[in-house]
Ligand binder design. Sequence first.
Ligand code: NDP
Length: 324
Amino acid sequence: MSSKQSFMKRRAEILDGNRIAAEIKREVKDAVTRLAETSDVQPCLVAIRVGDDPASSVYVRNKVRVSQELGLKSEHLALLDETTTEELLATIEVLNGREDVDGILVQLPLPAHVDERRVLERVNPGKDVDGFHPVNIGRLILNQPTLLPCTPAGIIELLKRSNIPLSGARACVVGRSHIVGRPVVQLLLQEDATVTVCHSRTSDLASVTSQADILVVAIGRTAHIRGEHIKPGATVVDVGMNKITDEEEARELFGEAAERRINQIRERGYTLVGDVHPSEAESVAGRLTPVPGGVGPLTVAMLMRNTLQAALMRRGIEEVSSER
Ligand code: NDP
């Protein structure tokens, strides 16, 4: 068979993030139930949102809803857009001091006038369920027990539960942000992968990415990673979440599967696309995370697991979940 024929025939296995996220949430729910049976602890998550960004509002409401479904307590603090850095710091201090609060989540982005760095650094590292505090990032690099950033931890969980061999694998991470790329690099290293990092200054990106057995892409550029960037048979994790509104673009990106996407654009004005070209990747990769329904659901599931873990760590309770 010519290489062109094999290129055309291959169909990547789709890695179902919703299924794996549901599995993790079930485990958290069971552990929360067991915790309630053996102690009077009910882990509590407080989500803080500043301003009226509609997307942030949807994200926070979703996190609060899921936490309640799993038996966690949760609170949603919606603060006014004009909240100052000092006022937000004071709110966090109150939550840091509250014995009943286990997890504090500050929904990003914050309004431009708020000093994001000072805010994130004020969260007690033991309650930092987003895993963004420098102390937790430091522990991650030192391979010490800590609260891991949710999206990177979710990516590793997805790979492991999909039985993708990590030890000795050649992994390439495209993107080096503090919240996704860099922590993913550290976590893959801990799994004994051989890791290469690419970014906006990488020259001849395809020559690097096409060597990788595992390719993780988090760049925020619609369908930037094409077939030529992918090693045939590789596992591709597409972290990107970009909205497209153009029907022609959807047709080009999704090929045979375009109709459903075009309908979405007609119904709600947009459809979600990752950083990886979906139909080209499906022809070349061995396994691929879809967008939506890949990494996204894992992020929320890992937040729930972090809230449980924060509650246990703070009280010195042994792990009640069988998975970790
Ligand atoms: P950032 O904008 O913080 O970082 C983007 C990174 O990509 C940077 O390191 C940048 O390089 C690199 N980059 C940009 N353009 C290129 C290019 N052409 N070639 C190679 N590298 C490039 O993004 P985030 O990490 O916050 O997010 C990335 C994507 O993941 C976004 O689409 C976001 O929406 C999505 N996301 C999804 C989540 C989920 O739950 N599914 C959670 C978080 C993010 P440099 O450092 O040189 O500037």
